[in-house]
Design a binder for this molecule. Structure first.
Ligand SMILES: [Zn+2]
Length: 252
């Protein structure tokens, strides 16, 4: 069992360095009792970074996956790259923060864009994914290119002054009655989820999510939209990229 230590609060998603104990040693990797490495899921790629003994040997973490309650950190080189670890010993983890922070910026911007696309067109996001500095959204119907400047204006208005991004844990029944549950309703919640972890962008959006997000829209920075692309099934693809650094340096 691995505690997902990045989950409970907004600040927890900003932890870049941590210590945890080894609880299992699968081939080529390690399972810890807690981790701040995000495992691949929900369209968000996994974190990378290093693990090792404090002030000792370190190995590169190239893949993080969740299997049931365990999060596995796979090392570069697989079994050959593994340092001689013992069950119960303490390791220090260090995240590749540039990669993770880009994912947080993309993910928070995606919630916002999905929320505004729904508010302006009624189109719902059925899928979203991120890779390096790019977010790809699939909407459940066609959208016009004229939507793009409106989304850009909306984002600009939400960044200055910045809006808080927070987490609420709502009873499932309460969330399902919420008017905004319709905007994310194409992605079914697993049946056992109750309460629901809902990410709120102050004044703009609410969406259930287990990913990592910014504390404020002011950290998103500039994004550029590509022309919407129609999909064969009647939906459309909306893509945007981060085009510069964040407006203010984040603090851990
Ligand atoms: Zn999210």
């Amino acid at each position: 069992m691995t505690e997902l230590a990045y989950l409970p609060t907004m600040d927890a998603a900003y932890v870049r360095q941590f210590r945890a104990k080894v609880v299992a040693l699968p081939p080529g990797g390690v399972v810890l009792d807690r981790t701040y490495f995000y495992p691949t899921g929900g369209g968000q790629p996994c974190d990378r970074g290093t693990l090792g003994r404090p002030d000792g040997d370190r190995v590169e973490v190239v893949e993080v996956t969740k299997s049931g309650p365990a999060v596995r950190h796979r090392f570069r080189g697989g079994a050959r790259g593994r340092i001689d670890l013992q069950l119960g010993e303490e390791l220090e983890g260090v995240l590749d923060w540039t990669r993770r922070y880009d994912h947080m910026r993309l993910h928070t911007a995606q919630h916002f864009v999905s929320g505004r696309a729904f508010a302006r067109t009624g189109r719902r996001t059925r899928k979203a994914s991120f890779s390096s500095s790019r977010a790809i959204l699939e909407l459940d119907g066609p959208v016009d290119e004229g939507l793009l400047p409106l989304l850009a204006d909306d984002l600009h208005a939400a960044e200055a002054p910045p809006r808080a991004v927070t987490i609420r844990h709502l009873p499932r029944a309460e969330w399902e009655r919420h008017p905004l549950s319709e905007r994310s309703g194409l992605v079914p919640l697993p049946p056992q989820v109750d309460p629901v972890r809902v990410v709120e962008i102050e004044g703009f959006d609410l969406c259930p999510c287990g990913g990592t997000h910014l504390r404020s829209t002011g950290e998103i920075g500039r994004v550029a939209f590509e022309a919407p692309m129609p999909l064969g099934d009647g939906g459309s693809r909306l893509v945007f990229t981060l085009t510069g650094g964040p407006p203010s340096a984040p603090t851990a």
